[in-house]
Design a protein around this ligand. Structure first.
Ligand code: ATP
Length: 277
């Protein structure tokens, strides 16, 4: 794959049933699926089509997963790139990638465009520095601004691309250029929060269902005793437990394998907390 080509997944195969712990966000995102399944209906009834959606939250809580689930549920192509892939010193490369990404998505509409780590590409522009310290306003800054301007242009001309949903994710909204957050560009900003105890249990159940977990394992111990663990960390826990089980020659994952896996993934005092749980 050349770097300038957006990744295209025919179908992501991800469903909302693969996502847990962020029920409110999922509820809100259902509307995008309804739209992607039948953009003409929205048009006929006279509903303004959804524009861009910013998914905001800490790493590993399911931003990419839920974006893929939207495309998967609607059965439409998913065009994914990371913000860092647009950051180039070579003049014009970043903006060409943006144009290419939107063009491909429009040709294959209905479709979903997803830019992960949008903050890498859409960092607040530095007009003040430009005037005061010219040396800071170097070629790469200028190039990034050109890329960001191209993105803004694409978002503003989005009506022509009816049937394309633009999703972006960030865990540093504070770094984003205000122009990107102006109304009409992202018409929705959705928080993807770390899961609570119930969410952690549901996430563990999803990942446990993908491996051979012994029925005697009480997953609620882990959901109760691992506050702050993200979905990604919980998925990693189940994978680690599976590795431990294999290493010990167990035919399925036992509670002791889960405990060992927690130990391996934990540093500091939480260790003791879990053992007592
Ligand atoms: P980053 O900001 O680091 O890109 P992210 O919020 O996009 O993180 P994902 O890439 O979606 O996080 O999560 C990584 C993996 O962790 C997922 O593929 C999935 O296996 C698991 N995971 C994360 N959140 C959830 C969740 N809410 N429900 C189920 N699994 C989850």
């Amino acid at each position: 794959r050349s770097k300038a080509e957006a990744r295209v997944d025919g179908s992501t195969g991800v469903k909302f049933s693969d996502v847990a712990g962020i029920d409110e966000a999922v509820e809100e995102l259902q509307e995008l699926v309804r739209y992607l399944k039948n953009p003409e209906l929205f048009d006929t009834i006279g509903i303004k089509p959804p524009h861009g959606v910013l998914l905001e939250g800490p790493p590993g809580c399911g931003k990419t997963l839920v974006a893929k689930a939207i495309a998967g549920e609607a059965g439409v192509p998913f065009y994914q790139m990371a913000g860092s892939e647009f950051v180039e010193v070579l003049v014009g490369v970043g903006s060409a990638r943006i144009r290419d990404l939107f063009k491909r998505a429009k040709v294959n509409k209905p479709s979903v465009i997803f830019i992960d780590e949008i903050d890498a590409l859409a960092t607040r522009r530095q007009g003040i520095f430009k005037e005061s310290t010219d040396n800071l306003y170097n070629a790469s800054t200028q190039e990034r601004e050109t890329t960001l301007n191209q993105l803004l242009t694409e978002l503003d001309g989005f009506d022509t691309g009816k049937g394309v949903i633009f999703l972006a994710a960030t865990n540093r909204r504070d770094l984003l250029d205000p122009a990107l957050l102006r109304p009409g560009r992202f018409d929705r900003k959705i928080k993807i929060c770390p899961p609570g105890a119930k969410g952690r249990l549901d996430i563990l159940k999803i990942h446990a269902s993908k491996v051979k977990m012994s029925h005697s394992v009480d997953l609620s111990i882990y959901s109760r005793n691992l506050p702050g663990w993200s979905g990604a960390k919980l998925a990693q826990l189940v994978q680690e437990a599976a590795l431990v089980a294999v290493r010990k020659g167990h035919e399925s994952i036992f509670q002791s394998d889960m405990d060992d896996a927690v130990d391996r993934l934990t540093v500091g005092p939480r260790r003791i907390g879990v053992k007592l749980g």
